[in-house]
Design a protein around this ligand. Structure first.
Ligand code: GAL
Length: 414
């Protein structure tokens, strides 16, 4: 046994030495193409180049990453996986089970990832006990963003209940401002829906319905109330919402064409890239009620041949978890660092709110994974829910029909 361990250790050392000698290469598949996103990923590209690496970029446009995931499947099926891929939540374990992900435990252990990551985040990065992904951030999904001047001109405060939100939106509509900037894409509809579900129904309801997929919760009166509010929100979007990218919706709030957007804090990356300051130009508030919906971006490495590519994967994993990278990247991205030991001194008030409420939610049991951003469910179940949410949002479907369809779709996806 001991001899085996020694052998294993010496071959690992040889592997690492070989990898270190090779010039690191990566091809990175991601969907960070908006202004704020591109600025964020550029930080990683620059650090990679500074360490002698060659980065081949494979951006696949489309917020939420649906198009990127389709591109990934095609690449893997053709036997030509990218070296590193932006991958999140249970999809990491799904790909690991297909036997195509690399184990990056050597880097994780050498850098002591366990000591600096919250347990919930570390859990998402592990596959059958091995480290199989590296986290860059924690995005919060349940935010309401607003243009400060638009609200002030209309004499409205940032709403703290849905009744207040609906009333404020009504006032904006009457003043000729688009109340809610939204892009009609399935994942954006799903984002609105999960925020309303947590906010109106509370953490226990959210967990029962969208994490545990409890049929009673899916069909409940509470879920009907969620669809009712979705119908109300549908009345607050403009006529051109169909197909609009999320960052163009954020731009509507930035330039005062719209009052509000309900979106994760990658939207803050757009405000920041446009030189806007929270509290002055724009406002951020967590959605009414308790809880925190988290969405952690991470990268997984796919099994590839070649010392240069393996060296590239190890270097990338190391850089992603580097404390200075996590600071700079997240300042641009709108999220907060995944590492708990990075100071938030340079971060704005929204990031401080996020960090404090994340801690409070973790303590109170209401820190919850985002279903719409692939953190809570496997692909089939998440897709089944999103199909119903989008069908409801884009039709005259009643809330009664929607909950029945939702429960059936989830049952059929199991
Ligand atoms: C999320 C992702 C964010 C942001 C957003 C819009 O799923 O986690 O980093 O990129 O999509 O593209």
């Amino acid at each position: 046994m001991r001899k085996l361990n020694v052998l294993a250790a010496s071959s690992m050392a040889a592997l690492l030495a070989g990898a270190a000698a090779a010039e690191p290469q990566v091809e990175v598949l991601h969907w960070w193409t908006s202004g704020g996103e591109a600025k964020s990923v550029a930080v990683l590209q620059q650090e990679f180049a500074e360490r002698g690496g060659t980065w081949t970029d494979m951006p696949v446009a489309g917020g939420g990453g649906d198009a990127a995931m389709t591109a990934l499947r095609a690449r893997v099926l053709s036997g030509n996986a990218p070296t590193a891929v932006q991958l999140k939540g249970p999809a990491i374990q799904e790909w690991y089970e297909e036997g195509v992900l690399s184990d990056i435990s050597d880097v994780a252990e050498a850098q002591g990832w366990s000591e600096v990551l919250p347990e919930a985040i570390a859990g998402h990065m592990k596959c059958e006990g091995a480290w199989c992904a590296a986290p860059v951030n924690v995005h919060r999904v349940d935010w309401i963003w607003a243009n400060a001047k638009v609200l002030e001109d209309a004499g409205i405060e940032m709403p703290t209940t849905w009744e207040a939100f609906n009333a404020a939106a009504q006032t904006l509509q009457e003043a000729g401002v688009v109340p809610l900037a939204h892009g009609g894409q399935a994942w954006q509809d799903a984002t609105l829906f999960e925020v309303v579900a947590l906010s109106l129904g509370g953490p226990e309801f959210y967990k029962a319905a969208l994490v545990d997929l409890d049929p009673e919760a899916l069909k409940s009166d509470q879920m009907k109330a969620v669809f009712d509010q979705m119908r109300t929100l549908r009345g607050f979007v403009d006529d051109n919402f169909s197909g609009r990218e999320w960052n163009l919706a954020t731009a509507m709030v930035i330039n005062g064409e719209a009052g509000f957007q309900i979106m994760g804090d990658w939207a803050k990356g757009e405000f920041a890239a446009a030189g806007k300051t929270p509290g002055e130009d724009f406002l951020c508030a967590s959605a009414p009620g308790e809880g925190f919906l988290y969405n952690v971006d991470s990268f997984a490495m796919f099994e590839v041949d070649g010392e240069d590519r393996v060296a590239g994967q190890k270097l990338l994993a190391e850089l992603i978890m580097g404390p200075t990278f996590q600071e700079t990247f997240n300042l641009n991205k709108g999220s907060i660092p995944a590492r708990t030991d990075v100071s938030l001194d340079k971060f704005d008030s929204c990031a401080h709110t996020s960090s404090e409420e994340m801690q409070a939610s973790a303590d109170g049991g209401s820190l919850l994974p985002s279903y719409a951003h692939g953190m809570a469910l496997r692909g089939a179940q998440a897709g089944a829910i999103t199909d119903v949410v989008t069908a409801h949002f884009n039709s005259e479907m009643s809330s009664d029909e929607a909950v029945q369809m939702l429960a059936d779709a989830v049952a059929n996806s199991m």
